[in-house]
Design a protein around this ligand. Structure first.
Ligand code: FAD
Ligand code: SF4
Length: 510
């Protein structure tokens, strides 16, 4: 039986059972398509990284003797629609069965189901053999529960997959070392230089430009930071173990003007494209830890494992449990538009300037910059979650909807009404000052709420709490914040709200 097998751009799993042995009757299809470059405006580095990784994967398949049909972005226009490509190849190659791997995005899942429904030949969907969990495992685990607590899911995953366990007990006698992961970075230890790969990206960049793909963000042809082959991904993982793991947990939440990456792994693209599996990342890191226990502490390793075995699988489960409605949620009824500086980085707020400029330069910001700087500001200024989602989905190298949306719309914008976060992640300038050195070099004064020099986060924070106080009236976790809000004198609160209003109406001048 002749088979056509589709491999999507984020399904570059070299260990998938499909590709373990070559089969004469199988043709693999891979395509750089306009439907994928255009569903949201992407950062140029993201488009380059995906296309380059796809081309490297296709070459590796061909070298291993597989038959591969590969369409480039520069190929003719009719080849940019998935349905048209599949139907053309089925006819041309007398295909008798169509096979695909389950997409991680709802959009593509629906499209492929629809294509197969109308197809005259047999079709079948296969697992991507990438995640620890399947699409419904989280929903089954929380069946009948009101609160979908990540910590409960994470502990179940540790036990089930026997990760960092000693018998039935967690290694280090503690499930979670989150409290040890909150050091401020003050140059205590040097941060190693980021690993760079510098593949030749000139040709692919020209092809993307000539195809008129609309992108944003910066790219340096001489310095491309992202691993785009399995070999490079493995190098990135090794580099993380040998150079960064030792301080990963300590400075996980820290931010610093001179250190864009600190001790973060920058492995999200390698994993989200499936060039690395979460299991091999976790096993490699834990093996390295066990070989080096005299220098690496459990809190560094547990902090890392929690992000992948816990958060990454958790948000995937939430996505599949809640889609398609999740993408429409706007529980706090926020409707403002993003200001222009999200695309230029031109703002006087040093924390926003640094975090946004870095995102535009590197297609990367680490978790706390995404959550407590840009996400925090977007929520305090009451941006529409659709706008925030589209920005995050476009700007980051690792942004694919299944992981971007629960993090952005859910965790960061509270638009899901508390499915993921039990309270909104908002803060005044105080938290930013505690966790970074941004405020020291800022035009604004982090201690002030009112006046021209006052840090915008301060008035915006109290204004947000006041605007949303009815919504959060029954949320126990907000009690403390609301008690403090009620302590502000009415005249002062009026001034604070006026100031916040002025900021929201004149965002591009702040
Ligand atoms: P590290 O800090 O080294 O962490 C190790 C790995 O843990 C990451 O590579 C990632 O795979 C995983 N991880 C950590 N936190 C999360 C999380 N909250 N959810 C899922 N996986 C996690 N991550 C994405 O992969 N794609 C996104 O589009 C994305 N959007 C985000 C949007 C917002 C508003 C926030 C707050 C977080 C988002 N994250 C996203 C999660 C996290 O910020 C990134 O995974 C991380 O910054 C990637 O950098 P790293 O590889 O250096 O991570
Ligand atoms: Fe950001 Fe306010 Fe600190 Fe400036 S003072 S860096 S705006 S938190």
């Amino acid at each position: 039986m002749t088979k056509l097998r589709l491999i999507l751009g984020d399904q570059l799993n070299a260990k998938h059972s499909w590709v373990k042995q070559k089969e004469e009757n199988v043709i693999y299809l891979m395509a750089e398509m306009r439907q994928e470059t255009d569903y949201v405006k992407h950062h140029i580095q993201k488009v380059v990284a995906f296309f380059l990784s796809m081309r490297n994967f296709a070459e590796a398949l061909k070298k291993a003797g597989h038959k591969v049909i590969y369409y480039k972005i520069s190929d003719e226009a009719s080849l940019h629609d998935l349905e048209k490509i599949i139907s053309k190849l089925i006819t041309e190659n007398k295909i008798e069965k169509f096979e695909y791997q389950l997409p991680d995005e709802y959009r593509l899942d629906e499209q492929l189901k629809n294509i197969c429904f109308h197809m005259k030949i047999e079709s079948e969907a296969f697992d991507t053999e990438h995640f620890y969990t399947n699409r419904t495992e989280l929903a089954d685990f929380f069946e009948g529960k009101k609160l979908l607590l990540m910590e409960n899911f994470y502990r179940m995953m540790r036990k089930k997959h026997h990760v960092l366990m000693q018998g039935s007990q967690p290694e280090g006698n503690q499930w979670n070392f989150d409290k040890d992961n909150r050091l401020k970075y003050k140059g205590q230890v040097p941060v190693p230089d980021a690993l760079t790969f510098n593949p030749n990206i000139g040709e692919i960049l020209t092809e993307i430009e000539e195809a008129n793909v609309a992108t944003f963000g910066k790219i340096d042809v001489m310095k491309f930071n992202w691993p785009t082959s399995r070999k490079a991904c493995l190098e990135q993982l090794k580099y993380f173990c040998e150079n960064l793991l030792i301080h990963f947990g300590d400075y996980e939440d820290a931010m610093h003007t001179d250190e864009k990456f600190l001790f973060h792994s920058r492995l999200s693209f390698a994993m989200n494209s499936k060039m690395l599996s979460p299991e091999e990342v976790i096993e490699t890191v834990i093996d390295f830890y066990h070989e080096n226990e005299e220098v690496i502490t459990i809190s560094q390793v547990e902090g890392f494992v929690r992000q992948i075995l816990g958060w990454r699988e958790y948000v995937r489960g939430i996505y599949w449990k809640e889609m398609p409605n999740y993408g429409k949620k706007n529980a706090l009824e926020n409707h403002n538009k993003l200001p222009d500086f999200y695309w230029t980085g031109k703002t006087k707020m040093n924390c926003m300037q640094k975090s946004i400029s870095q995102s535009l330069e590197e297609a990367y910001a680490h978790h706390i910059q995404r959550l407590m700087i840009i996400g925090n500001f977007s929520l305090l200024t009451q941006m529409h979650p659709d706008e925030v989602d589209a920005w995050y989905l476009g700007v980051y190298i690792d942004a694919i909807e299944w992981v971007e949306m629960p993090n952005t719309r859910g965790m960061s914008q509270y638009a899901d009404g508390g499915i993921i976060a039990t309270k909104p992640y908002v803060s005044s300038g105080n938290y930013i000052n505690k966790m970074s050195n941004y405020c020291g070099n800022c035009k604004y004064n982090v201690k002030e709420k009112l006046g021209e020099k006052a840090c915008p986060f301060n008035s915006l924070y109290w204004n947000f709490l006041d605007d949303k106080k009815e919504y959060f009236a029954n949320n126990q976790r907000m009690n403390m914040m609301m008690v403090l809000l009620n302590k502000i004198k009415p005249e002062e609160l009026i001034n604070i709200k006026e100031k916040a209003q002025h900021i929201m109406e004149n965002l591009d001048s702040y």
